[in-house]
Write a protein that binds this ligand. Structure first.
Ligand SMILES: NC(=O)c1ccc[n+]([C@@H]2O[C@H](COP(=O)([O-])OP(=O)(O)OC[C@H]3O[C@@H](n4cnc5c(N)ncnc54)[C@H](OP(=O)(O)O)[C@@H]3O)[C@@H](O)[C@H]2O)c1
Length: 276
């Protein structure tokens, strides 16, 4: 679908893959809203994206994805300023070596990478439906995997940043699959992507190996953004939903990510967390 004159909301566009995605979609004529935890950084990103794309239809708005009240306040502000939402890109993510907690006291990787897009998307579904045909793009990862640890989803008993990251990206993929079922017939599609391994800030708090791996061995953010851009805009994907993409093509995801019974159980758990 063409994004010219359409409204696109993207999280995590202050750097890396999100910023490169925003530059491309802004160049194609979309109005882009950046949901950023640090408004100063967001305004700088708007200036950079405007320079790179020539667009003047860009807006940064405050949204800390580690806080449910910030996400809710952001959605209220969004509604007061915009009446449409054609593309929602849940791109922001974090990976940490140490166990940290969100503003709500929840393990931060689980909160930011999964509970935040779960809440943000659910709060904006009516606008997406009203604006259909519309698309949701969830930036997952080829590292998604393992299982959902329903007994200890926040790693309270035993924490590993790697396991937490894999679980959060599996959770996002399970959410994508079940949401696609729930949205059948609504004109809203939802798909997940793996951007590839990309040189960004992502590994900065995840220990030496991750930092080295991402900064030295990854591809450029521009290349890493290609699959998100493809899934957000390609006319070939009209009606395609509940799928997982890498390298701008359907990709094989883990067996666990296709288990709709687990997705249903996870949905109930997430709804309780975010008080939906
Ligand atoms: N890089 C890779 O190889 C790779 C591979 C697979 C998947 N991914 C996924 O791709 C997505 C983009 O990551 P990236 O590699 O481009 O990393 P990045 O450069 O570190 O970008 C992450 C973005 O998320 C934002 N963010 C983090 N925590 C936030 C919070 N609490 N509230 C609001 N925004 C928050 C950051 O904002 P600040 O500027 O404020 O920090 C930043 O804009 C992530 O979901 C990541 O898991 C990346």
């Amino acid at each position: 679908m063409t994004v010219k004159d359409k409204t696109v909301l993207i999280t995590g566009a202050t750097s890396g893959i999100g910023k490169a995605t925003a530059i491309s979609l802004a160049s194609q004529g979309a109005t882009i809203v950046l949901a950023c935890r640090d408004l100063g950084k967001g305004k700088q990103a708007v200036a950079d994206i405007a320079d790179a794309s020539g667009s003047s239809t860009l807006k940064a708005m405050q949204c800390d994805l580690s806080s449910f009240s910030s996400i809710r306040a952001f959605c209220d502000e969004y509604r007061s300023k915009f009446t449409t939402l054609h593309v929602l890109i849940n791109n922001a993510g974090t990976w940490d070596f140490k166990r940290r907690e969100s503003k709500d006291g929840i393990e931060n990787i689980f909160a930011v990478n999964f509970l935040a897009p779960f809440l943000l998307t659910n709060l904006l579904l009516d606008l997406l439906k009203k604006s259909s045909p519309s698309r949701i793009v969830n930036v997952s990862s080829g590292l998604h995997g393992g299982t959902i640890n329903f007994e200890d989803p926040e790693g309270k008993k035993k924490f590993s940043g790697f396991v937490a990251y894999r679980q959060s990206k599996l959770a996002l993929l399970l959410f994508t699959r079940l949401l696609a079922k729930k949205l059948e017939g609504s004109g809203v599609t939802v798909n997940a992507v793996h951007p590839g391994f990309v040189s960004t800030n992502l590994g900065r708090d995840a220990g030496f190996f991750a930092r080295y791996f991402f900064t030295l061995l990854g591809k450029s953010p521009e290349k890493g953004a290609q699959t998100s851009i493809y899934v957000a805009t390609s006319p070939d994907l009209e009606g395609t939903t509940g799928q997982y993409f890498a390298n701008c093509a359907p990709a094989k995801a883990s067996k666990q990510s296709c288990d709709l019974a687990t997705a249903e159980k996870l949905w109930q758990a997430a709804a309780a967390y975010v008080h939906l």
